[in-house]
Design a protein around this ligand. Structure first.
Ligand code: HEM
Length: 215
């Protein structure tokens, strides 16, 4: 019962936490707090959070492997859906406030500006993942679900590339995101995870838990 309550509390904290960036942007918009270029501020805010949440989604698997606690995987769906949510807001901000729904202008941008092409591809690829994030879709697709959802890695590469491509001078921020993504990808290699767990001395407690020595 206490465990269920604790899980529910964490669920609400994560759920409400995911809405905080949106609340910040809306608050900034309502109180004229978005700086001299509000459209750019909204584009940057939504883009940043789409990428942060995508990387956070990718962090759940290494955390599960590192700690041996499957509970981490429970948060992947919500974090992934929040990433999709902010990426969609980001794309809509561009289409509405930047392009005024001018379809031909948008098409020219998507075809001619490589960083838009890459961002657009990332968003388009996120769509089938979000659409199949339900348990029913998981059951229906079986093994194909896993294969489809592995797309999240190339999508994250595209999202980082999108950021790298659009900056003209200040490389620090995209380099940090690129570094974090690099770590997530390296941690997928089983040998690396094994060595890391040994180095951190995590091998024993997990084996003990499996043997039923501790909860
Ligand atoms: C239709 C798809 C997309 C379009 C049209 C688009 C467009 C843009 C534009 C116009 C900017 C601002 C460029 C500037 O300031 O010069 C931007 C920035 C950014 N976008 Fe996208 N984007 C798309 C998809 C995505 C996706 C899927 C992600 C991440 C998952 C993403 C992450 C970012 C990030 C991190 C920034 C930089 C924010 C900053 O400078 O702090 N974008 N995007």
């Amino acid at each position: 019962m206490i465990d269920k309550m604790r899980r529910l509390t964490i669920w609400w904290l994560v759920f409400l936490g995911g809405l905080l960036p949106l609340a910040g942007i809306v608050h900034g918009g309502l109180y004229g707090d978005l700086g001299p270029n509000p459209v750019e501020a909204v584009l940057h805010g939504t883009g940043d959070w789409a990428l942060r949440l995508l990387l956070l989604t990718l962090a759940m698997r290494p955390l599960q492997r590192l700690t041996g606690r499957p509970g981490w995987l429970r948060w992947r769906r919500m974090l992934g859906l929040y990433s999709f949510f902010y990426a969609t807001l980001h794309g809509l901000t561009w289409a509405w406030l930047d392009q005024q729904w001018d379809l031909s202008g948008m098409l020219v941008d998507v075809v001619k500006r490589p960083y838009i092409t890459v961002g657009f591809t990332a968003l388009a690829l996120l769509l089938p993942l979000a659409a199949t994030s339900t348990r029913a879709a998981m059951r229906r697709l079986g093994r194909r679900w896993q294969r489809l959802h592995r797309l999240v890695y190339p999508i994250a590469v595209l999202a980082v590339l999108h950021f790298v491509w659009l900056v003209k001078a200040d490389w620090e921020e995209p380099a940090i995101y690129g570094g974090v993504l690099g770590v997530m990808l390296v941690l997928r290699i089983p040998t690396v995870m094994l060595v890391l767990r040994r180095v951190l001395g995590l091998e024993r407690p997990i084996l003990a838990r499996r043997a039923g020595d501790s909860p």
